[in-house]
Ligand binder design. Structure first.
Ligand code: FMN
Length: 167
């Protein structure tokens, strides 16, 4: 076992690397702030409960986008498709318009979904829990739209990958 370095910065890097060994999908978490689309890429998405239908995401406390999504009645989660690596980078970028050239659908309640995704979940915030330097957001799923013909984008060791069959 590798012991976590004593230096805080190094320990954080070591943890980042360790957590990156767990493969995830990438989710676009988006909404309409008035007439302005807002959103961010997250890979901390997890399914939580069937009854009630709950999922979770973890949001960094310093996120500038989350406070804008946090006040919306609905938030759209789009599980990105294998061809949406560029969109993932765009939705995490600190500069420029995150929605430039992005095709999306918005609902009257403020949820925003990106086209070309593998799954859309229309969600309402159910709870916010303490999670260290992140906040754990529990979201109640109100509606689902599945696009089974679109394979998901995979994120592993800071790289974007596609699924393949296990041998
Ligand atoms: C693949 C990927 C996964 C990410 N996952 C998360 C996440 O789970 N939680 C989070 O707070 N930020 C995550 N981010 C970072 C956000 O997308 C975004 O860069 C960050 O919130 C800073 O932007 P903001 O200040 O507009 O929120 C991720 C970025 C990438 C590229």
């Amino acid at each position: 076992m590798e012991e976590l370095a004593v230096q805080v910065g190094e320990a954080t890097l070591a943890l980042r690397r360790a957590f990156s060994m767990f493969p995830t999908g990438v989710v676009a978490m988006c909404g309409m702030d008035g007439a302005t689309p807002v959103g961010m890429a997250v890979n901390s998405f997890s399914s939580v409960s069937l009854d009630p239908p709950l999922v979770s995401v973890c949001v960094a406390r310093q996120s500038g986008t989350w406070p804008r999504l946090n006040r919306l009645p609905r938030i759209g989660l789009s599980v990105l498709g294998v061809n949406q690596e560029r969109l993932s980078r765009q939705l995490s970028s600190r500069h420029g318009d995150r929605f430039e050239g992005v095709e999306f659908e918005a609902t009257s309640d403020g949820a925003l979904f990106v086209k070309g995704a593998a799954l859309w979940l229309d969600c309402a915030i159910s709870d916010r829990l303490e999670g260290g330097d992140h906040e754990i957001i529990l979201l109640e799923v109100r509606e689902t739209s599945l696009f089974p013909h679109i394979p998901p984008l995979v994120f592993h060791q800071s790289q974007y990958l596609a699924l393949s069959n296990a041998s």
